[in-house]
Design a protein around this ligand. Structure first.
Ligand SMILES: [Zn+2]
Length: 198
């Protein structure tokens, strides 16, 4: 086994260029044709993964408008398929194929995954509550969005670290921390556009 780096997005750029699919050099929403193609690919691979789990998809059809022949799916559910055949190889195949189509969708829109990924990870992790490692006080954010110790800025002579804890309601639901902040992907995209033009 070699120590080949895991570079999924670069691999999919290679794949797409080999098969004459458009890869954008800077962030931009793809044209209608490409969006339809990408949406279909993502959906198909999601269905394959559901099958690999031994599950199937149910749906509720919304009421038809007049004589229209197209029904709109109102709600999609996933249930265990009694005749399904859960299979680990199919399960992994479904996961990897979803990565392939997702990186493909990012490449078609000229977006680098890593900075966007980091921002989503940061946001998701910020759902946990930061506490002081010494006295367990819940930390706060200052105007610069840094975590600070409440009340006393020089608490414990500055000798403390933030530790993350999960807060749950009695029914087990997670409670988002007051220092949670949603992912700002628009900012990440704008930075990539500036870099591409710079
Ligand atoms: Zn403390």
């Amino acid at each position: 086994m070699t120590d080949k780096l895991y570079r999924p997005q670069e691999d999919i750029v290679t794949l797409m260029k080999q098969f004459s699919q458009q890869v954008k050099e800077s962030p931009e929403l793809p044209d209608l044709h490409t969006r339809l193609l990408r949406a279909r690919l993502v959906f198909e691979e999601a269905i394959e993964f559901v099958k690999g789990c031994g599950c199937t998809i149910t749906m509720t059809i919304a009421g038809l408008n007049g004589a229209e022949e197209t029904a709109v799916i109102d709600d999609i559910g996933v249930v265990l398929d009694p005749n399904g055949k859960p299979d680990l190889a199919e399960y992994v195949d479904g996961c990897i194929d979803q990565l392939v189509v997702t990186y493909g969708a990012l490449n078609a829109a000229g977006v680098k995954a890593q900075p966007a990924w980091d921002e989503v990870q940061r946001s998701n992790m910020s759902k946990a509550w930061p506490h002081c490692s010494v006295c367990d006080a819940v930390l706060e954010r200052n105007a610069g969005l840094e975590l600070v110790h409440p009340e006393d800025a020089s608490a414990h002579d500055g000798d403390w670290n933030p530790i993350l804890k999960v807060h749950k309601r009695p029914d087990g639901k997670f409670i988002k921390s007051p220092t949670y902040s949603p992912a700002d992907l628009r900012r990440v995209i704008d930075e990539q556009i500036q870099q591409a033009n710079g």
